[in-house]
Structures are given as C-alpha cells and as structure tokens.
Design a protein around this ligand. Structure first.
Ligand code: AMP
Ligand code: ZN
Length: 440
C-alpha cells in the first residue's frame, strides 16, 4: 500500500476541543432555529404544534425538543417550500440520486456551496490530496451531488481535476493512465469494476500513479476496502453525505480508517431510536439524524437520514477531535442503492399498478455480478394474461422494463412469474432479497 501524507487541512476547525465544538454548535443552533422559525412556514408550524419557541433552544441539550424533518417533507414542499431565503439568493439546485418520479431537491446559497466545498476539500486532504494531485472524478455530474461536490472540493484544494463523470470504463482507465491520475473519486462498486477491468485490459497497476481514492454514495464493507487497496495498490477512504444536508463530505475518513469524522462545525449529529425517536447515547446503534448549523438556503432541523450507524467522540489517532460515525450498517426504511442510484420498492409498485395484465405482487432480487449490481424484478401475471401468447407476454415484460428505467432510473431484468407464485406474507410483505452482503 502506498503511503499518503495525511494532512490536517484546517486544524482550528478539525482539532477544536470538544467544549469549543459544543459552544460553537450551541450558538449556531440558536441562530439556525430562529432563522427557520422566521422564514420557513413548515418549521414554524411544527414548532408551534410542539409548543417550542426559538428562545427555548439554549443549546444542543435542547435539540431533542425540536420536531424531526423527513424525506416526505422535502417531497411535500418540493421544490421551494423549505427555502429560508428568497429564491434570488439561491445559486444552485442539486437533487438526490435516483428517482425521476418524485425528486428531492435542495437549494444552496453561495454560502452553502462554499461550506459544502470546504467539507469536501477537508475529506480529500484527509485522503492525502494536495496541490500536486490529479483527481479523477468519476461520480456522475448533474443534479446528483457526487460529481460537482468532488469537483468543487478538489478545485478548492488546488488539485488538477479530471472531470470524467460516470461510465465508459475503457476511457476512464485510459485517462487515468495517460494523465497520471493520483486520486480517484467514485462509488466503491464502480471502483472495483474499474480495478478488475484494468487487469482484464492488460494494464499493469505499476503503470498507474493512483495513490488513494475517496469512495462513497453507497454502503460498502471492509472486504471491499481490502479488495480496492490491492487492485489499485492505493489507500481507500470512505466518504459519506446526503443531498438534504449538502452532499458528499458530511463525514470522511482519515488515515486511521476507523470511522468517518463528521464536520461538526457545520452539522450536529445525533443517534436516535428509529422506533421511538428518543436520542441514544454515543456508542449505541440507531438512526443518524442531522441538524445543519451553517446552511442558510435550506437548513435542515433534525433530519432523519434513515441510515443506521454508531457515533464515537473519543479522540482519534490522527489528531482530529471531530466525532466519528461508523460505516452505515443498514437502513430503517427499505431504500436500496443500486449502482449508486437510490430507489424504493414502492416505486416499482407504482409502475406495476399502471400496467394492465400484471398483479401488484413482486419481489426484488439484488445481486452483485462482476462488481456490478444486478436487479431482477419478479412480477406476477394475472390469471388472464398467463394464458396469453409469448409475444403478448414479451410486450408486457418490455413495458415494465422501460417504465422502471424511466421512473426509477435503474435498468432491471424483469421476470414474469405465474399467478400466486410469489409468497404472500401475513405481516409486512418481504419484497427484497439483497444478496450483496453490504449490510449487517
Ligand atoms: P444521495 O442524497 O442521493 O447522495 O443519497 C444519500 C444516501 O446515500 C445516504 O443517506 C446513504 O444512505 C447513502 N450513502 C452515502 N454515502 C455513503 C457511504 N459512504 N456509506 C454508506 N452509505 C452511503
Ligand atoms: Zn482521525
């Protein structure tokens, strides 16, 4: 494994003592709560209903008094309902990966873009980035935060950015080789695919200058880290984020590779019991909840990520004092990330309900073949259709495939199965068989 120089980019922020972190969070939390109470009708309504006034929030110890915010709130208030500033203050819109049906969008002021950029820059520096680096960005560019987020962060570090966006494996490898890219930013599953293709295409790892990579946007494992590090002879670092908070860079790994430091000078992290919503102490596994404290355009108060992990505020060997989150070990909802795209089984259901001849009984089977996610959708035919000709059945199959691609944004293999062949459940229907082994 190559040695990367793990610099601390902004010691004043990243190595602040815990007491100063709390003081800063207290002051900024109060400001944020006042800002949203005065400018966002939904927050005011929710706080009024809960009987909480901005002046009741004295610091992080009062956080639990504030109502939660959910993905459904972003959908219901789409596109501008949660903005806390006039639209002319917004300089950027980004959206969650996945669905073309019901988007989740976030509006950024210039301040918000700058804060986000700083968070990604920190993450890249922790992974060894400096001015001399050539950073290949293979996350998709567009509404998805991965591409532009990594791009801005790398530019802020002063590195050379190679804005490849996603796809076209041969070209990715050719550019990585010919331009001498030293760092790679993409999803861990695509990185493995690139690494395997590198060998198949007859390249030798020694001919590459790659020294490290920042991989995120989907769950991955320590086994995948080992594989990535040996495939490319690099250090592989985890990076976490979500559109609702800003995008990648909310948390990042350092040289210790023992949890991701959360940028606590910009966000407050909590772990809550997913069932009761009660805050849990550090070390206990539960749902991660974020409150932004420096965002102005669309601040988020106690946003429920549905991601499950643990938090740890003990000192890290790298010198940073920012608390660390563990790998994401699961979700509290049934969201799946397929080839970096977020999707919910309910979206498949919506598609099926619009197609005559099929029953709304389905099963999603997810596998990873040659490091690439494969989604099979098994759908039950109705009794009427079951006796139909092969060409009729093929027509339905194609219609479902096309609709899934257009609504969910993911290519799926559609398999039509006889009526009543999908097991019925007495309780919550089991709709997903995920064979990738990414969560515990
Ligand atoms: P998006 O807003 O489309 O970028 O999706 C955000 C979601 O992607 C998060 O809530 C997580 O479920 C997932 N995600 C992002 N980064 C990671 C990571 N490093 N490990 C596991 N899941 C991640
Ligand atoms: Zn550290």
């Amino acid at each position: 494994m190559k040695v990367t120089e793990n610099k601390i980019y902004n010691p004043a922020a990243e190595c602040m003592d815990r007491e100063s972190i709390k003081k800063r969070q207290d002051a900024l939390l109060k400001q944020t709560v006042e800002h949203v109470y005065n400018n966002v009708p939904l927050y005011r309504k929710r706080m009024d209903e809960a009987g909480v006034k901005p002046e009741d929030i004295r610091g992080t110890e009062d956080l639990h008094r504030l109502p939660f915010t959910n993905k459904t709130d972003l959908r219901d208030e789409f596109p501008y309902g949660l903005l806390a500033v006039p639209q002319e203050e917004i300089v950027r819109i980004q959206g969650s990966s996945g669905t073309t049906g019901k988007p989740i969008v976030s509006g950024y002021t210039q301040n918000d873009v700058d804060v986000w950029t700083e968070m990604v820059a920190r993450s890249l520096v922790a992974a060894g980035a400096g001015k001399e680096d050539k950073i290949q960005v293979t996350y998709g560019y567009g509404l998805f935060t991965g591409g532009l987020g990594a791009h801005q962060g790398a530019s802020a570090v002063g590195s050379m950015v190679i804005p490849m966006s996603s796809g076209n494996t041969q070209r990715q490898l050719m550019m990585m080789h010919d331009l001498g890219a030293t760092m790679l930013c993409c999803t861990p599953s695509y990185a493995i695919f690139l690494g395997e293709s590198l060998q198949e295409m007859g390249y030798n790892t020694k001919d590459f200058k790659l020294k490290s990579g920042c991989f995120g946007a989907e769950p991955w494992t320590e086994e995948m880290r080992d594989k990535l590090e040996s495939l490319f002879d690099i250090n592989a670092y985890n990076i976490y984020g979500l559109t609702e908070i800003c995008g990648p860079g909310v948390a990042f790994e350092c040289c210790a590779k023992d949890g991701m430091h959360i940028n606590e000078d910009h966000v407050i992290a909590e772990i809550v019991d997913p069932k009761t919503g009660e805050p849990l102490p550090y070390g206990e596994s539960g749902e991660l909840v974020f409150t932004t404290i420096t965002k102005t355009g669309m601040p988020m108060i106690r946003y429920r990520t549905h991601d499950i992990c643990t938090l740890d505020a003990t000192p890290c060997s790298c010198g940073r004092t920012l608390a660390r989150m563990s790998r994401i070990t699961g979700r509290t909802d049934d969201m799946l990330i397929i080839r970096g795209v977020n999707m919910f089984p309910s979206q498949i259901e919506e598609v099926l309900l619009k197609i005559p001849g099929v029953a709304p009984h389905y099963m999603l089977i997810v596998d990873r073949v040659n490091s690439t996610d494969r989604l099979e959708v098994q759908v039950e035919l109705t009794e009427d259709m079951f006796s139909d000709t092969v060409s009729e059945i093929e027509k339905i199959q194609n219609a479902i495939r096309e609709q899934i691609k257009s609504v969910v944004g993911v290519s799926a293999n559609v398999k039509l199965v006889p009526p009543k062949s999908i097991p019925r459940s007495e309780g919550k229907a089991k709709r997903i068989i995920d064979n990738r082994g990414l969560t515990k």
